[in-house]
Design a binder for this molecule. Sequence first.
Ligand SMILES: Nc1nc2c(ncn2[C@@H]2O[C@H](COP(=O)(O)OP(=O)(O)OP(=O)(O)O)[C@@H](O)[C@H]2O)c(=O)[nH]1
Ligand SMILES: [Mg+2]
Length: 384
Amino acid sequence: MFDLLTQDHPLPRIAVFGVGGCGCNTINQLAASPLSDNVQLVAVNTDAQSLAASQCNTRLQIGLETTKGLGAGAKPEKGHEAAQESAAQLKELITFADIIFITGGMGGGTGTGAIPFIASIATELNKPLVAVVTTPFSFEGHQRNRLANNGVEQLMQQANAVIVLPNDKLIETLEKKISLLNAFFESNRILQDVLLGLTTTISQSGLINIDLNDFIAVVSHQGRAAMGVAKQEKGEDLQVTINNALKNPLLEEVDLTHAKGAIVSVMATEDIELSQYNSIGASIQQQLDPSALVIIGLTIVPELECELELMIIATGIQAPSAHNAILADATTIPPKKDRFNSLELVNVSDLLKAKSRDGRNDPSYETELDIPTYTRQNNLAKGL
Ligand SMILES: Nc1nc2c(ncn2[C@@H]2O[C@H](COP(=O)(O)OP(=O)(O)OP(=O)(O)O)[C@@H](O)[C@H]2O)c(=O)[nH]1
Ligand SMILES: [Mg+2]
């Protein structure tokens, strides 16, 4: 006879909140990926039209009274008020989860105002939380950048682990001719990779598990966090893969040597050698603060096509205070005309307007990317 092995510890429940236009775009992309049953995607927006187009099972329209379903009009105080109005529903969703991820774009009204508020509920309920936010392109203007920096500062006071993905980095690293929508898509793909990597690692029972307590130990370090993913193709050098994961060019430049913790998720075929596993740990440990707590999980995926896949989240990185960051931005970002050839500049609202016109013939467009409410409203006002 044999005994059935039952799972003593049920899988941690993970809630991923996508807040505002950018957050809902990311969540929509994530909804198309294979996710395990313990992951709940929650689309949160003040904008009823964007929510209606979302593919998420759980959708929460916040601030019905405050914004009347029309978005927060690039006013973070409105986004904050909207989240406050819907605090009870947000609390209920957060209570149900063991780990919270929040993602969205800083610089508009909904994400900038609501994300720090949602983070504060998670903190109040003592839930481990990782926030992954974007900051605007500099060509979106100083006002948006200022709002975004304030939003990040507020968020840092509420969340332990805050990962910042500047949209400007997209321009530096992606092909110059890439369309804005594809650039957004690429940036969302990075968010998607990491969220997917993390949820999979925590949900799967790997050979060497990262469990909820490990996760809490690493994300409870205060400060900026950084993330990276990389694949080692067959025959490629492992060290190059590790460096690629540590130096993901789409991330904000942070000094990893001060990181106080890291979660490393390795997916490999059963051919992985002990020496490879050891050198991943040693090499990452070497690049962080000497006292850093590094937790490595290993999941064997027999059908993996490459040699291995790495996902790293480093936490507790001391960033300059957001106040300094704002000053640094104002003084170090040269005027637009000095930075880019004007032919390469895209006017975000013209481009989105043009796309929204094209989109009428392309039903997939509206559901894939949210057009910021203010652009849509302008379009309506101008009869476009
Ligand atoms: N990477 C990426 N960034 C985006 C995307 N959509 C918007 N953004 C960025 O996020 C910032 C905030 O835009 P939204 O998310 O549309 O704003 P919101 O939170 O919905 O705020 P309101 O519409 O004003 O209520 C923008 O300034 C862009 O820089 C996206 O799909 N991907
Ligand atoms: Mg919006």
